[in-house]
Design a protein. Structure first.
Length: 272
């Protein structure tokens, strides 16, 4: 990065209405979180999509959505579960095609249990990759067709490299890597994983998306930036070495503090 990156945010459509001026003042990236629920994806989401298009008239940043994740994993060994997950992802990709989103966040299949047990069970590493490919095969093809990238977000991942290897195994521009700073910090504080900036280094230019949230290393806080103890200078120093231009998405619980989070990074000279 040759200049300060511009941060965006994760919001519902209701939040976009509140923060629209902030969102449009610069080419800020947006991650819509209004298309996560199964009831919405299986229902008539056309009015929501129309609302999104109207609200984002004039938006110059990149648009993505958070994909569905409640109640399932993308590496289930149960073919019936995989079928449901595939259906949900394809439904979400239909939304993306409709509103012009070019990125969708999905959740990593790896857990803290995985770290200690993948090598305890013969072939387990390969099985997780196989099951994930079976789940995502149709979604990856659909994503390629519409020019979208699915980014795999760390949830409990203790090993910062394993998710990168999973993304690489698809050998497709439609699959890349996401990092959630709070999740990485939880793994660091609670399971002894490396610090957050190590996750950035491990992802390298496979990194195309970052959830920026502050935390204390104990739980998934989603605090406003500056309210926790994440070492932001180290994180942004690592980001500054990349050429992949990842979307930097503020994802916090208190959406009223989104502008304050951006201002905090600006006060540190890290972003705007």
């Amino acid at each position: 990065m040759t200049s300060l990156p511009i941060v965006g945010a994760a919001m519902t459509l209701d939040d976009v209405e509140i923060h629209r001026n902030w969102l449009l003042e610069k080419p800020r990236d947006l991650e819509l979180q209004s298309f996560v629920e199964a009831e919405i994806l299986s229902g008539d989401w056309a009015p929501l999509a129309e609302r999104a298009r109207k609200l984002l008239d004039g938006h110059e940043g990149r648009l993505g959505i958070h994909g569905p994740f409640w109640g399932f994993v993308i590496a289930s060994q149960d073919p019936d579960v995989r079928a449901v997950v595939t259906k949900r992802l394809l439904q979400a990709l239909d939304v993306c095609a409709n509103i012009g989103a070019t990125q969708m966040v999905i959740h990593s299949p790896y857990t803290s249990w995985s770290y200690n047990n993948l090598d305890n069970n013969k072939g387990e590493r390969e099985k997780i990759i196989e099951y994930t490919h079976l789940t995502l095969k149709e979604a990856v093809k659909r994503a390629e067709d519409i020019g979208l990238t699915m980014v795999i977000e760390n949830i409990e991942d203790k090993d910062p490299h394993i998710r990168v290897g999973l993304a690489d195994s698809f050998n497709s521009p439609a699959v890349a890597v996401s990092i959630d700073t709070g999740h990485a910090y939880y793994a660091h504080g609670y399971t002894g994983a490396p610090p957050v900036d190590y996750y950035v280094h491990a992802a390298g230019n496979r990194l195309q998306h970052v959830h920026l949230q502050d935390a204390d290393g104990y739980a998934d806080r989603h605090w406003s930036l500056g309210e926790g103890s994440i070492h932001w200078r180290a994180v942004f120093a690592a980001l500054g070495k990349l050429n992949s231009n990842p979307r930097l998405i503020i994802e916090i619980k208190d959406k009223s503090k989104i502008p304050a989070s951006a201002a905090y990074l600006a006060s540190l000279g890290l972003a705007e």
